[in-house]
Unconditional design. Structure first.
Lengths: 500, 415
């Protein structure tokens, strides 16, 4: 990288070339040199008050802020001289002098900047003899967020986030000097759709989420990337799960979903709806195969799938277009939609294809889109003309395949029951339990998006491929595997579309 | 002392009104500047006069004005720093009390020179009575056509708004003053950008101390050479020196820059009262490192005080008599900075309080030399590591107290 728009400088003797307008802190990061910092966050305005990121810049007498100094051609920066290290030790010592050191019961332990920096730059014995300040340790500040003022280092990331991003400004700094503290204004708790980001950006354990507190430890969490399926934005997320401890061996739980940086899509943030997608993974799942609403013990999904294939084959070829109805959804990946198209539009299964999706909601002007499905563009790109499922149309079919539970939320339950009753053979493929379970011959469990690999096309047409963030429950297939099974059973070629 | 006819401050409190100011040739300098000089010529004259800021930092006023971008669109502001909060300093108070029109005239000239059309005077809350007087003076000046639109029949006009602070020392720091004026927490901003380019409400802004601006009419009335000749090369004019503490005649003295500190204390202020001796001198407000009685033989100007290891600051001289416990002085100093730290920067927020906690422990439980070393180390952890000069202002006087009175402090703390 060189030429127009970039600047060359030297950091600890290493030549670095970065885009103009980059700060020294980020430039050092690109060169693999981590400069410790608390108040700086790449998604927020520079404040420069934690004083942790001070560095030496050739020609300047004082230590300078690496967060607030923009790169200039020929700049020579030193990040690990004795002066710099002493300044870091001093800032750490100040912060730790007034820190409760309750790491053993702190949910941030293991991913706390104060811990990390102490290990890297501090390692001093405590010299504070005087009593430290006592402060509120579990203040509910709204949206199930808990503020521990003793742990707070007053970086003001939370305050700045709420002012700059959501523009709701619920948090402020109150009092002065050592008595300074983060707080809400009377009767105005944190209440916006992006509150969970406060937990992500808090560098210490000051702001924690009630539903994560005391549940597990950061170092047990496997953090895997995925794409959020809860609206058409397709935000980059990290799905953080534990297999085993503290649960019985083999039981897996997703403890939280956090924001992952993607400058092209969501920057550094995700909305609370996406974060609460943890519930979609955890709650209301139906992991067993049902026959007429009752657990079909001993029946594998593979074996059950042969019944679906047989039902499809029994419809004579010329009638299939009229007598086979399929309800797809826009949470399916591009790969799955492609298979579905082969099967039900051009292939031998070809029936009438409908779509049933969650109802749109209000867009919030930030990340959350009105569409509450991740792959509406993918549906169009696959060549579908998504028609909403009409119950009379479904009732006229001989075989009905329903993917997803959204249909149940779109129609009157009695109308659905009447419609389904008219269909001789009907099958459901859904990740969650719902009223449709009892209306079908076989209800297959399937994976949720975080449990599978695939591609979504977001509202701006950005294609995002993702891999499985963690294993689905034993014996639970992804829709893709169901569709591949049907393709095989019906004697179609997978060609180069093998989505396994 | 300087001849009465060219003094900034009239003798008494009754002559603050416009009528009295006009009798002293008031507003003639502004008239001359606005009607016969270009803005550039005004700035050049003040630059030449080497008028250094009287607020504490001692930055040359004319240079500051020249930083305002000439061709910037939109509003530009003049802010007057009347948040006189430095302990030991009480001279701006007297300007507001006796010569509010000198301030207004200086503001008019500064605003004309730097191309500013709106001025805010940020007055500390404790000076609410003076703010009311300033408001009256503004009304007088406006009625006489010296403020408002088309002053002296020219195209230039200036609106002046008085704003009361809420009692925080830090709001005397120029960027914290701007934050406070904008209605936010009074906390310093990151610099650069400097206020001259991005200041009040994001617009180019000049911030000057009350005394600095009040001295400006003299320069325009009598010329830069005259002004410079009254002080020192590089530091022109007379200054208002406040003397408090153990002297016979505490007060504000208007004297040429460069007057020896010893002369100020012993001649003008009359020296220590009978039976007392001077034990220590704080030469420029509490933030200026303390001096011993044998360290006061130098002229009072920005550069000389810096050479003496202290600072002229706001020229508030505090004379500490024998019999004063330096541990008490240390405690008072530590308490002030811990109380007034705005809390933004880590080293200052926690360091100043930690120092206070340590001093309190020394006074309560006693302690040894290691505790004093510990305080020095904490002070070193603050200085040069904060956004604004407060950190320096807290660390340096505390260091100096320990370094210069170590023996006494060790004795006082020993049990």
């Amino acid at each position: 990288m060189s030429g127009a728009g970039t600047v060359g400088l030297t950091i600890d003797g290493r030549p670095v070339r970065v885009p103009e307008g980059t700060n020294v802190l980020r430039a050092a990061g690109q060169a693999g040199i981590a400069i410790p910092h608390f108040c700086f966050h790449p998604g927020l305005e520079v404040e420069g008050h934690c004083r942790m990121c001070l560095v030496e810049i050739e020609g300047l007498p004082k230590l300078e802020l690496s967060c607030a100094t923009l790169v200039r051609e020929g700049l020579s920066v030193r990040t690990s001289t004795e002066r710099v290290r002493q300044a870091r030790r001093d800032v750490l010592e100040f912060l730790l002098a007034e820190h409760p050191l309750d790491c053993p019961i702190c949910d941030k332990a293991g991913e706390c900047l104060l811990q990390d920096y102490y290990d890297l730059h501090g390692r001093h014995a405590g010299r504070m003899i005087e009593p430290r300040e006592r402060r509120e340790k579990k203040l509910a500040i709204g949206r199930k967020l808990i503020l521990d003022r003793e742990r707070c280092v007053l970086c003001t990331r939370c305050v700045r986030f709420l002012r700059a991003y959501t523009r709701t400004g619920e948090l402020g700094i109150f009092e002065r000097g050592l008595r300074s503290e983060v707080g809400i204004f009377e009767g105005r708790p944190v209440d916006n759709g992006y509150s969970g980001n406060l937990v992500d950006i808090c560098p210490v354990g000051a702001i924690t989420a009630e539903d994560f507190r005391f549940k597990t430890r950061a170092w047990f969490l496997a953090k895997r990337p995925s794409v959020c399926p809860h609206c058409a934005r397709g935000c980059a997320v990290s799905v953080e799960s534990v297999r085993g401890y503290p649960l019985a061996d083999g039981v897996q739980r997703v403890y939280r979903i956090t924001a992952r940086e993607n400058a092209a899509v969501n920057g550094h943030w995700i909305c609370d709806l996406g974060r609460e997608g943890r519930r979609d993974i955890e709650d209301g799942r139906r992991v067993r195969l049902l026959r007429q609403g009752a657990p079909a013990s001993g029946l594998s999904w593979q074996a059950a799938l042969t019944e679906v294939a047989r039902a499809l084959r029994q419809v004579p070829g010329p009638d299939r277009a009229e007598r086979v109805a399929v309800v797809l959804n826009s949470r399916m990946t591009c790969e799955e939609l492609d298979l579905a198209k082969r099967l039900f539009v051009s292939g031998p299964g070809s029936g009438r294809v409908f779509f049933a999706d969650r109802r749109p909601g209000p867009a919030d002007g930030l990340l959350l889109t009105a569409d509450r499905v991740p792959n509406g563009r993918g549906v169009l790109e696959a060549g579908f003309e998504p028609r909403p499922a009409d119950l009379d149309g479904l009732a006229a079919s001989r075989v009905l395949l329903v993917f997803g539970t959204a249909l149940a939320g779109l129609h009157d339950p009695r109308e659905i029951a009447r419609s389904f009753a008219a269909v001789p053979e009907k099958f459901l493929f859904a990740a969650h339990a719902g009223p449709l379970d009892k209306l079908v011959d076989l209800a297959f469990p399937v994976a949720v998006p975080a449990e599978k690999s695939g591609t979504y096309v977001n509202i701006e047409g950005i294609r995002q491929s993702f891999s499985r963030a963690f294993e689905p429950p034993r014996g639970v297939p992804a829709e893709g595997e169901i569709l591949i099974g049907l393709v095989r059973s019906l004697g179609l070629s997978l060609g180069d579309l093998d989505a396994r | 002392m300087v001849e009465s006819e060219v003094r900034l401050l009239p003798d008494d409190d009754r002559s603050w009104r416009l009528e009295a100011y006009l009798r002293r040739n008031g507003y003639q300098a502004a008239r001359r500047a606005l009607t016969t000089m270009s803005p550039e010529a005004v700035v050049a004259e003040v630059c030449k006069a080497q008028l250094r800021g009287r607020g504490g930092a001692g930055f040359p006023a004319g240079t500051k004005w020249s930083f305002v971008p000439k061709d910037a669109a939109g509003p530009k502001y003049l802010c007057v720093n009347a948040d006189e909060g430095e302990p030991g300093t009480f001279k701006d108070r007297l300007v507001l009390l006796r010569a509010p029109h000198a301030l207004l005239e200086g503001m008019l000239i500064a605003a004309y020179g730097a191309g500013l059309r709106t001025a805010y005077v940020y007055v500390r809350a404790e000076y609410a009575g003076l703010a009311a007087r300033l408001d009256e003076a503004i009304a007088e000046a406006r009625a006489a056509g010296f403020l408002g639109g088309r002053v002296f029949g020219t195209g230039f006009g200036l609106e002046v708004v008085v704003h009361l602070g809420a009692g925080a020392y830090i709001c005397g720091e120029e960027t914290a003053l701007l934050e406070s004026l904008e209605g936010r927490r009074g906390q310093p901003r990151l610099k650069p950008p400097f206020p001259a380019t991005v200041g009040l409400f994001g617009a180019p802004t000049v911030i000057n101390n009350v005394e600095t601006l009040a001295a400006v009419p003299q320069i325009l009335a009598r010329g830069a050479d005259w002004f410079l000749g009254r002080g020192l090369p590089g530091d022109g004019g007379t200054r208002l020196f406040g003397v408090s503490g153990a002297v016979r005649r505490p007060g504000v003295y208007e004297l040429p820059v460069g007057t020896p500190l010893r002369t100020l204390i012993e001649v003008h202020a009359g020296g220590a009262p009978d039976g007392r001796r001077v034990k220590a001198v704080i030469p420029g407000g509490l933030s200026a490192p303390v001096l011993l009685p044998d360290e006061i033989d130098f002229p009072l100007d920005v550069a000389s005080l810096a050479r003496a290891g202290s600072m002229l600051g706001s020229a508030g001289v505090v004379v500490i008599p024998d019999g004063t416990s330096m541990l008490d002085v240390l405690r008072l100093t530590a308490r002030f900075y811990a109380h007034e730290s705005c809390g933004k920067c880590t080293p200052c927020r926690i360091g100043t309080s930690w120092i206070l906690k340590t001093v309190d422990r020394l006074r309560r439980d006693g302690g040894g030399p290691a505790d004093l070393d510990h305080i020095l180390r904490l002070a070193d952890g603050i200085r040069g590591r904060t956004l604004c000069p407060f950190g320096e202002g807290a660390a340096l006087p505390i260091r100096a107290l320990i370094l210069k009175f170590r023996g006494e402090l060790e004795q006082a703390a020993a049990r």
